[in-house]
Design a protein around this ligand. Structure first.
Ligand code: PEP
Ligand code: MG
Length: 753
């Protein structure tokens, strides 16, 4: 059963549109359970009905014609209760309604299972049997498991098919929902980026020269054939004759008409070679996937492997850098920081990713650059959108593909409002972040995620509150030397001097692995991260600290920050190592000074020990991104649980208060450097609590400054007092929105003025 389940889900995932996905489902489920009929009804909530969308067994002309009022009959009951119904004779059930158009009056046994995604019933999967049949427990759980896995694929296939049919002619249009990751409105054309040799992620693309494209494909096939020959002759001595036959099988597949002619005809139809190859391989593998013989079924993975080899050779030619047009919307399943940094800032209009959330590092980067972004747009069929016009609503996390005229013009208006707001905010650049009752809360910059010689926000900020040092480590193929690190740090320290620059020691692990330092962990976020790694490898820590201390000579604007601390022992050990690096450098004749050292509070354990930590160091800085994920047990990169990730959760607010209380006992300052600091709504809370400074991405600096300059600290305290009485994040957010609208600044967090 598990094997059939896996195969069906894989086949459905590769379907080109909803129709194909559903026809695979009904055929394969009917076969697997040995039923006489399998059908799928989908719910049309707009028109209040269930529609028969696919069947294997009932009359085919009933598909699309049979429509039941929502909630009627057994289908209605399964959908309403979101529970399966298993009956040996459906006609005896009081809710049964006989639908004669389908020819189903001849059937007795009935099993209906709801298809649910994100708590919403999309439709019902129905099995029928001519005889009386009570489906066994195993069969019921099989169908339910399958239905739960198919929901995502059905939504995806539906969107994908709609996009293929969609013309730019003003068809009323749905948006694709995602998570708001960076405010603003982006209108432009999609450029799809994808990891190398990942066939499924390759987009469709229109090539300029079809003949050249076909030739490229033939060349790649010849090169793979050459690879196979070389590999076969190299391994001849080690392999048995039977095993050598594998190479012959690969050669045959490689030279088959299905592969060669299939791909060439798709290229002739207007797709580039990698896109044409992706479709051909998917079709070809699907044939093997559907075979009953286990050996032949396994050949599907050979076909996919072969596809990947050809793709690698096709990609090897692509050494020319991508030429980005103006108004590029960068789209991908998983976009890397490097891919964002590759697009010139003035050409980047938006970022859309099918995975991740606002607090994953790509979201943070987009916000830092002031680029509208939506993450976790999981229904977006990435391979179908290359070159299409797109609207990104970064305030609400919505994406429109090929928007109709009404959507486009509404968003053009909102984008114009946004541009007006941005230029209005520019006027605040050189003004201090003072409240109306004269309290100053310095705003610092978060930087370091991309290598820019002049990061945005230099003028607007009071210094750097968080310099993430991971980048120079990530882009190399070995640890950077002390000298290479020093020149990096010197650059940023000089750029901001005499303003303070807080440099955080290496925080790899979690979602920031190093390619040359492999870690295989079941739970990377609960694993070897940040200070845990650098204390286990003092040579890495000491090299970095030496580089930082040397970089600050003569500038004296350095502060050091320790990430992922969960025990006081870690701080004691790190302080000893910093002191050792300092003393050694002095002995070597460098005029270094001990900088102020701070601890990041981003783990619940550190919240409860804020007082003991504050006693040991000079300041605390709250990393609300990690703190929220650890307090709420929600992976910040996982779109399935992203709705639960919320910095206004009462637990987060109470943790912040506890940290401030701990620090106050030792007269130490507390900064917030997680994304919460850059959220104009949260400004009320943080100001009200008495946080001493905020550090954020460049895109947020002026928005937050605008709020601070528009309210008094007394007002912030009042709002905080009410917020602390709320029992859930939603009520806190509503309260804050209301407070922001009252001072006329709602436009900072939603589209429109
Ligand atoms: C945080 O966790 O809030 C933080 C600032 O660190 P990072 O996002 O780099 O993990
Ligand atoms: Mg962190």
């Amino acid at each position: 059963m598990l094997e059939s389940l896996r195969r069906i889900v894989q086949e459905v995932n590769n379907a080109r549109d909803l129709e194909q996905a559903l026809s695979i489902i009904v055929r394969r489920v009917k076969q697997a359970v040995g039923a006489d009929v399998c059908s799928v009804y989908l719910n049309d909530y707009d028109n209040h009905r269930h529609i028969l969308h696919a069947t294997d067994g009932l009359r085919l002309d009933a598909v699309g014609r049979v429509r039941l009022e929502l909630g009627r009959g057994l289908i209605g009951q399964v959908s309403e209760r979101a529970e399966p119904i298993n009956l040996d004779d459906a006609a005896n059930h009081p809710r049964y309604e006989c639908i004669t158009d389908t020819g189903e009056e001849r059937y007795h046994g009935f099993l209906g299972a709801p298809i649910i995604q994100n708590r919403k019933v999309l439709g019902v999967l129905v099995l029928r049997q001519r005889q009386r049949r009570h489906f066994g427990e195993d069969e019921v759980t099989f169908v339910m498991t399958l239905a739960s896995q198919l929901a995502g694929a059905i939504t995806f296939a539906r969107t994908s098919g709609e996009l293929v049919r969609l013309q730019d002619d003003g068809i009323p249009q749905r948006f694709l929902p995602g998570l708001a990751a960076s405010p603003g409105i982006g209108i432009g054309h999609a450029v799809v980026v994808y990891p190398p040799a990942d066939l499924d992620a390759v987009p469709d693309r229109r090539p300029e020269d079809l003949d050249a494209e076909a030739e490229e494909f033939r060349r790649a096939v010849r090169e793979v054939a050459g690879d196979l020959d070389r590999f076969a002759s190299r391994t001849q001595v080690h392999l048995r004759v039977e095993d050598m036959a594998l190479f012959d099988a690969w050669r045959l597949m490689l030279e088959s008409d299905t592969l060669i002619d299939g791909t060439l005809s798709r290229i002739r139809a207007g797709n580039w070679a990698p896109g044409a190859l992706r479709e051909t391989i998917a079709d070809h593998a699907r044939v093997f996937d559907a075979m009953d013989d286990a050996y032949l079924r396994e050949r599907a993975s050979d076909v996919r492997d072969l596809g990947r080899c050809i793709l690698m050779h096709l990609q090897n030619r692509d050494t020319t850098p991508i030429q980005y047009a103006s108004h590029t919307i960068l789209v991908g399943e998983e976009i890397s920081a490097m891919q964002i940094a590759d697009v010139p800032r003035e050409k980047l209009a938006g970022v859309v990713s099918t995975t991740g959330s606002g607090s994953s590092h790509v979201g943070i980067l987009a916000r830092g650059m002031g680029v509208p972004a939506a993450m976790g747009v999981s229904d977006l069929p990435v391979s179908r959108v290359e070159g299409r016009e797109m609207v990104v609503d970064g305030y609400r996390g919505r994406v429109y593909v090929s928007p109709g005229p009404a959507v486009r013009s509404e968003y053009q208006r909102l984008a114009a409002d946004d541009a007006a707001l941005t230029s209005e905010l520019q006027a605040l650049s050189h003004l201090p972040a003072d409240t109306t009752d004269g309290y100053t809360i310095p705003l610092y910059l978060n930087t370091g995620l991309v290598s820019e010689s002049r990061p945005l926000g230099i003028e607007e900020s009071a210094g750097v509150g968080l310099y993430r040092t991971e980048l120079p480590f990530i882009v190399r193929d070995s640890f950077p030397s002390e000298a290479a690190q020093m020149s990096n740090y010197r650059h940023v320290l000089e750029l901001f001097a005499p303003r303070p620059v807080t440099i955080r020691t290496l925080d790899i692990g979690g979602d920031k692995p190093l390619p040359y330092f492999p870690m295989h962990e079941a739970n990377p976020f609960l694993g070897w991260r940040g200070i845990r790694i650098t204390l286990d490898h003092p040579e890495i820590f000491l090299t970095q600290v030496r580089a930082v201390l040397r970089a600050a000579i003569g500038l004296d604007n350095l502060q050091l920050l320790l990430p992922m601390v969960s025990t006081v022992g870690e701080v004691d050990d790190a302080l000893l190592l910093i002191q050792r690096a300092h003393d050694e450098l002095l002995e070597e004749g460098y005029q270094v000074r001990m900088p102020p050292v701070g601890v990041m509070i981003e783990v619940p354990a550190a919240v409860y020990q804020a007082e003991a930590l504050a006693r040991r160091v000079d300041f605390l800085s709250v990393g609300t991104n990690d703190l929220t994920q650890y307090l709420l047990a929600v992976d910040r990169n996982n779109p399935h649980v992203a709705k639960l990730y919320n910095e206004y959760h009462p637990a987060v607010l109470r943790a912040l208060l506890q940290i401030l209380t701990g620090a106050r006992l030792h007269g130490k300052e507390v900064s917030v450097c997680g994304e919460m600091a850059g959220d104009p709504l949260a400004t009320f809370l943080l100001l009200g609590m008495g946080v001493h400074s905020l550090s954020m991405g460049a895109g947020s600096l002026l928005r937050v400054k605008k709020v601070i300059r528009s309210i008094s600290r007394a007002r912030a305290r009042e709002v905080l007092k009410v917020a602390l009485q709320c029992e859930d994040a939603g009520s806190v957010r509503r309260l804050l929105l209301d407070a922001l609208e009252t001072v006329g600044l709602g436009g900072l967090v939603r589209p429109g003025r």
